[in-house]
Design a protein around this ligand. Structure first.
Ligand code: IMP
Length: 192
């Protein structure tokens, strides 16, 4: 089955290819000649995932899925959430985003947080939603050099390493994105 993954983020495409396995041929936005940035202006991550999938479907009529992820920190009332990529500014600087989170949490008693991924799939012109969550803790300084985004400051529950200290297979064994994509994969396999 061929599906468009509405993304040009190389890290994500590598992760998703390893999660979905060989039964699916994934095309990136680049592969289908969509070069512009798809607007991500919705107030919720669900809305952004749906808008991205709908954008590609309207442009191409192809089966497509899109994901959107947010880091939701309890003490910050769910922020950065839908603003995770641009929390510290338009240039999507991960180090600056991390510094902003750490400074906002400096006097916080609770450091609990979760990553939440929502996937919107449009298949044969019907829309489906899948969600994956991993709960964890924000530590007070960065650890590790792998991964991306907020990985160096997030330790998932039940683990002692940050996501940035894990290899991809360990991250995938618990991650929000892996959990959401497992649901997508099972759905697609059942769909036939
Ligand atoms: P996206 O919706 O997957 O592009 O994610 C939005 C933002 O959330 C990214 O720019 C990162 O800052 C953050 N993020 C998403 N997934 C992860 C992850 O697995 N680890 C760390 N940060 C992530």
């Amino acid at each position: 089955m061929t599906l468009v993954f509405a993304s040009n983020n190389k890290n994500k495409i590598i992760e998703i290819n390893s999660l979905l396995g060989n039964s699916f041929k994934l095309l990136s936005l680049h592969d289908i000649n969509i070069r512009e940035d798809i607007p991500e202006e919705e107030p919720q991550i669900e809305g952004n995932a749906r808008a991205k999938a709908r954008f590609v479907f309207n442009a191409t009529g192809m089966n497509v899925f899109a994901d959107d992820t947010g880091l939701e920190i309890t003490a910050l009332n769910g922020l950065p959430g839908v603003h995770s990529a641009r929390f510290a500014g338009e240039n999507k600087d991960s180090s600056a985003n991390i510094e902003k989170v750490l400074s906002l949490l400096i006097n916080s008693k609770t450091r609990e947080a979760r990553f939440r991924t929502v996937i919107a799939l449009i298949l044969d012109n019907k829309e489906y939603i899948f969600e994956g969550i991993v709960n964890g803790t924000i530590i007070s300084e960065k650890r590790g050099s792998g991964g991306f985004g907020y990985d160096p400051i997030f330790i998932p529950d039940g683990k002692i390493r940050t996501f940035a200290e894990m290899d991809l297979s360990e991250k995938n064994s618990v991650s929000h994105r892996a959990r959401a994509f497992e649901k997508l994969k099972n759905f697609l396999i059942g769909y036939g």
